[in-house]
Design a protein around this ligand. Structure first.
Ligand SMILES: C[S@@+](CC[C@H](N)C(=O)[O-])C[C@H]1O[C@@H](n2cnc3c(N)ncnc32)[C@H](O)[C@@H]1O
Length: 271
């Protein structure tokens, strides 16, 4: 096991407005780049599993194998366990772990996966080295992260430019890298990985229902999640500025011609 490292502060936390987004995630909408490489017997480690909806999907795809979901935050694992139990899955377990120093022997897992995690950690290259270490020879290291600077939308609502600028500033002050998607391949090369397939994937929100959901959860996150508290405590924004950004999200969501695209970088590496 490698030496533990000081990690970044996780910007979003696990407020209900954040979990509204995390619990909507599936292998189909968040790990399609990996799905084709899965075999029923595989042993998978899902790092930063959060509430565990992707973890549970992975477990269903490896009925003769096993999935371990780990997260740095102990509190969210109860929800992850309930998600798996609710689906009747018996080939999945959960534990607390820090991606920088995993408590597993070398060459343990067929697949080591992390969705929207490397953007939040203090040392993503060390994280990828650890992910590689616990992967079996011939196995896969898979990571997918959003890229905030590449997010784009219509129509131009000025308060959303303020949202993007503020979010990126707060995430960096917490030790993360909000524009992680474009950097994944570079981080993997620095970590010593050589067989890397780099792709991209998107989420798009345009119907009235999608806009209400995406705009509503970001409006609520902006005033009520850990991110709101960290933005104010760090002197990055006032409560009034956060309320103005939340109003901008609701204004965008109310636009009939509204459209929002979230770009993600993806890497699928063979050890
Ligand atoms: C954006 S959430 C993603 C959750 C899940 N993978 C998904 O996509 O729905 C990031 C998760 O990574 C966890 N996390 C942050 N830093 C971590 C670290 N150093 N080691 C392990 N998990 C970490 C957070 O607690 C959080 O649950």
């Amino acid at each position: 096991m490698s030496k533990p490292q000081e990690t970044a502060v996780y910007t979003h936390g696990h407020h209900e407005s954040v979990l509204r987004s995390h619990t909507s995630r599936t292998v189909a909408n968040s790990a399609a780049y990996l799905a084709g490489s899965l075999k029923p017997h595989m042993k998978i480690l899902d790092i930063g599993c959060g509430p565990g909806t992707i973890t549970a999907d992975l477990a269903a795809l490896v009925p003769d194998g096993h999935v371990t979901g780990v997260d740095h935050a102990p509190g969210i694992l109860e929800q992850a366990r309930a998600t798996a139990a609710g689906r009747g899955l018996t080939n999945v377990d959960f534990a607390v772990a820090d991606v920088h120093a995993l408590d597993y022997p070398d060459d343990t897992f067929c697949v080591v996966h992390a969705h929207q995690v490397l953007q939040h950690v203090g040392d993503p290259v060390q994280a990828l080295r650890e992910m590689r270490r616990v992967t079996k020879p011939g196995g896969f290291i898979a990571a997918r992260d959003g890229d905030y600077a590449a997010m784009t939308w219509y129509p131009a609502v000025p308060g959303l430019d303020d949202w993007l600028e503020l979010y990126r500033r707060v995430a960096r002050a917490n030790g993360g890298e909000p524009d992680a998607g474009r950097r994944l391949r570079s981080w993997a090369l620095t970590a010593g990985l050589t067989d890397i397939t780099a792709t991209s994937g998107t989420w798009t929100y345009s119907t009235a229902e999608e806009r209400a959901w995406w705009g509503g959860l970001w409006a609520d996150r902006t005033v009520a999640s850990s991110y709101a508290g960290l933005a104010v405590a760090g002197g990055h924004a006032t409560t009034e500025q956060l309320e103005a950004i939340a109003a901008a999200w609701r204004e965008w969501a109310g636009q009939e011609d509204g459209w929002f695209a979230v770009l993600h970088g993806e890497i699928l590496c063979r050890k």
